[in-house]
Design a protein around this ligand. Sequence first.
Ligand code: ATP
Ligand code: MG
Length: 356
Amino acid sequence: AVLDPDPLSPAGRVSHHHIQTAYTDPAGLQQLSDRCVAVTTEFENVPAQALAQLAYARTVSPGAEAVAIAQDRAREKSHFESCGVPVAPYAVIETPVQLAVVPDDLLPGILKTASMGYDGKGQVRVHTQAELAAAWADLKNVPCVLEKMLPLQLECSVIVARGADGACVNLPVQRNLHRDGILAVTEVYEGNLPPALVERAVVAAKSIANGVQYVGVLCVEFFVLESDSAAARTLGGLVVNEMAPRPHNSGHYSMDACDVSQFELQVRTLAGLPLTQPRQHSPSIMLNLLGDIWPDGGTPPWAQVLALPGTHLHLYGKATASKGRKMGHLTVTGASAAQVHATALQAAGLLGIAAF
Ligand code: ATP
Ligand code: MG
């Protein structure tokens, strides 16, 4: 059963029961509670209060507290710091006084709304104090976080699944390419990242999950800094960006390339079933399919793409394609990283996705 206010909700369309009310509607929550033994959230901006309400009568994971932390960039950063994982230098901006005292060395930076941001929405890049003030006004002076712009060598993410008993497993670490603040490509295979980095990222992600007694699937996104930069010298090279309290776009490859997908892990944590360490059986590359590649009134050349070996197409059933909207993804699997890379580039070429 799915509760989603959107009549065209992709999950609602494939569920047995689509409860179409606001997330906080008491009658809607009651219906969900009557239908389900356990409840989870797939979209991180479901109000934590709705989860707290459901938790009176049902198993709810992740818990409202962990979701509330992930929904607020300022709280999220304090949590990361309390777990001993470095974050980008930042300042919380909630009042004009806080704006006035922002130190110059946080510029150039990215002003991000503290809540409700995703896919680069609610973010403005600023270079001067004047631009910062104008950007905050443009964002209607809502609570924000200004983050120092860091020199990124690459980005990666770790998906962990943690059970109520504290057992914690992880998917192989994903290497991610973002374009315009939106995930574009995820590459996962042996050698995609230096082994020492992989180990540090997994340890950091698990400590972040343990620190909130997290139950469910959690994705932690990291920045890897340019090794010869001043930022890398002060922050230590690996910086946590944010966490998503749910199966994550960067983990979608696990459906086709691992013996246990992030979605199965989610069900297992929810149902209190044992967690086993997932094994990746094929190197893989995932391409996000944004609305941008839909021709006017038509569809992308799926048949040509599916004629390439090891391509797996997943479309979400969203009614309309628009710029920047995630419509689906294509996972490419194969015998070797080189082969997967060549096929993914061919698919990207057919679809009009820039090479990587
Ligand atoms: P998501 O869809 O992942 O929730 P979001 O809207 O929350 O995205 P962020 O993850 O904060 O956005 O930022 C999106 C991307 O912008 C990052 O993956 C990175 O490429 C770039 N970016 C964000 N913050 C910084 C920073 N401090 N320095 C350099 N690049 C950054
Ligand atoms: Mg992000």
